[in-house]
Design a protein around this ligand. Structure first.
Ligand code: T3D
Length: 265
């Protein structure tokens, strides 16, 4: 049955999915409805044979302020809330499914990314951010710890000391600082954000999709591999890529001194 999206907008054009978090009044914080919308969008994308990429962004002045805290009503005296449920039900699968998509996922952070909002941004393969954006490990401010992969992504990307400081002090990290640290790929002027989204869309829609997929798989595998195992993995992927139409096209384009027209096959 077709899903009606309420807290995101979702579009699929030229093999590229575009998910836009769409609750600007609360800085696109995650509700259960938004999680349901995201599950439906990911299920759609996972079922596409011509999938070439995913762009994740938000509307308004925030990318995502993490869990919608207004969904956590005050408890009666003596009651406790099991927050593990939230991770089991929503956040783990969201992060893992983004990672597992066999195409590049690009997060274009349009404003503040806080709590699980920052974690989900970092679950994408490449992150770009408007210069006015901030990344905030807001969890400690409400007595929690980073989740949705926050303690996985940050130390691997920026090192233990910066990850620890950002998480314990909960201070905003500017987009330019995030870029300098290697937390994100690039920060872009705010006024160029829409054009950036369009150019990323075009890049994904016209790229050598299978080479992207192999690259993504190999880069993530490298953390657990020896150098020798990694070189063998590269060999196996390269063999497969050598059989693709896009390799033939790339070589022809090089010989003919023209731009390649990749089909994604
Ligand atoms: O419960 C579980 O499932 C556990 C799992 C948790 C995962 C998490 O993500 S925990 C972390 C949750 N997020 C936060 O703690 C961040 C809360 N928000 C903020 O600290 C600030 O809003 C920001 C630093 C992100 C941005 O500040 P600022 O000054 O730019 O904006 P603002 O005025 O605070 O927010 C604008 C509106 O959005 C405001 O509503 P109002 O006053 O205009 O009606 C604010 O209440 C609302 N808002 C912001 N964040 C959330 C939110 N509403 C609900 N939930 C939010 N997370």
């Amino acid at each position: 049955m077709a899903h009606t999206y309420e807290h995101i907008t979702f579009d699929y054009t030229d093999g590229v999915g575009r998910i836009v978090l769409n609750r600007p009044d609360t800085l696109n914080s995650f509700t259960q409805i938004m999680h349901n919308d995201l599950k439906a969008a990911l299920s759609f994308l996972e079922a596409q044979n011509d999938l070439r990429g995913l762009i994740l962004t938000g509307t308004g002045r925030g990318f995502c302020a993490g869990q919608d805290l207004s969904e956590r009503k005050p408890l009666a005296a003596g009651q406790k809330r099991d927050l593990a449920e939230s991770i089991d039900k929503n956040y783990r699968s969201l992060v893992l499914r983004l990672r597992a998509l066999p195409v590049p996922t690009v997060c274009i952070v349009n404003g503040v990314a806080a709590g699980a909002g920052a974690s989900v941004a970092l679950a994408c393969d490449v992150v770009m951010a408007a210069k006015s954006s901030r990344f905030i490990q807001a969890f400690s401010r409400i007595g929690l710890m980073p989740d949705a992969g926050g303690t996985y992504f940050w130390p691997r990307m920026v090192g233990t000391q910066r990850a620890m400081g950002a998480a314990l002090f909960g201070e905003p990290v500017s987009a330019e600082q995030a870029e300098a640290w290697g937390l994100i790929w690039r920060s872009v002027p705010d006024e160029e954000l829409e054009a950036t989204i369009d150019s990323v869309h075009a890049w994904l829609a016209n790229g050598a999709t299978r080479s992207f997929a192999a690259t993504k798989q190999a880069i993530y595998a490298s953390g657990d591999n020896s150098l020798e195992a990694q070189i063998n993995l590269e060999r196996d992927h390269q063999r497969e890529l050598g059989y693709t139409d896009d390799y033939q096209e790339g070589m022809a384009a090089f010989r003919e001194k023209r731009a390649p027209r990749f089909s994604g096959r």
